[in-house]
Design a protein around this ligand. Structure first.
Ligand code: GTP
Ligand code: MG
Length: 197
């Protein structure tokens, strides 16, 4: 259970992130997918991470300390800048450095908007993670925007798409920050990992 959550620091430089070696869990995904909102939902604090209806709100690596034991990390989104024609160009150095260098990164969650067809940039990003040996989970966001039929349809469609590339599916979480859906599952998942460390 999350009983305490506090903002610690924002950084552009991975080397300046907290040095106390606590395990951390990071949220990544396209701009506007709902990374910051998810942090607020999990911590029960609407004002902890800054959110916006306009993409590109989060530009820094943001550390939030949870229960004084572990970190949630809010990352900038990818795929927004107009220059980002290809993944590697669009996908900022901040993100690459953080993912490749941050030893405390215990588990990475790729957020995907549940309303849309699988997007090329997300699939390419996951492939890049695979190439770099970074395990990840997928979090579907904004599930409240789908009716029952669409929920099943879109998730099944996404799984089918993933099976074109991956032999095994990563852990999948269905969430809505508006309705606090998926909160228990996500927090339990993280707490189980923390116990195993
Ligand atoms: P960047 O920081 O720009 O990369 O975006 P982000 O991924 O942090 O997205 P953010 O949390 O700022 O949310 C973007 C918009 O989506 C905001 O208007 C949120 O209110 C909305 N939103 C986020 N999660 C949900 C959700 O679960 N349901 C609904 N209905 N809206 C959501
Ligand atoms: Mg954000």
């Amino acid at each position: 259970m999350i009983t305490n959550a506090e903002f610690v620091i924002s950084n552009t430089d991975v080397n300046k992130c907290p040095k106390d070696k606590k395990p951390e869990y990071a949220f990544i995904g396209r701009s506007n997918v709902g990374k910051s909102s998810l942090i607020n939902m999990l911590t029960n604090n609407k004002h902890l991470a800054k959110t916006s209806s306009k993409p590109g709100k989060t530009q820094l690596i943001n550390h939030f300390i949870i229960n004084n034991e572990w970190y949630l990390v809010d990352l900038p989104g990818y795929g927004y800048a107009k220059t980002s024609k290809t993944l590697r160009a669009g996908f900022s150095k901040i993100i690459q450095d953080y993912i490749q260098k941050r030893e405390e990164l215990t588990s990475l969650f790729v957020l995907v908007d549940s309303r849309h067809e699988p997007q090329k940039i997300d699939l390419e990003f996951m492939e890049w993670l695979g190439e770099n040996g970074i395990p990840f989970s997928i979090i579907f966001t904004k599930m409240d925007k789908l009716n029952k039929t669409k929920r099943t349809e879109n998730i099944e469609n996404y799984k089918t798409k993933l099976f074109e590339t991956w032999e095994q599916l990563p852990p999948l979480f269905l969430t809505s920050s508006a309705k606090a859906e998926g909160k228990t599952e996500l927090v339990n998942y993280i707490e189980e990992i923390n116990k195993s460390l």
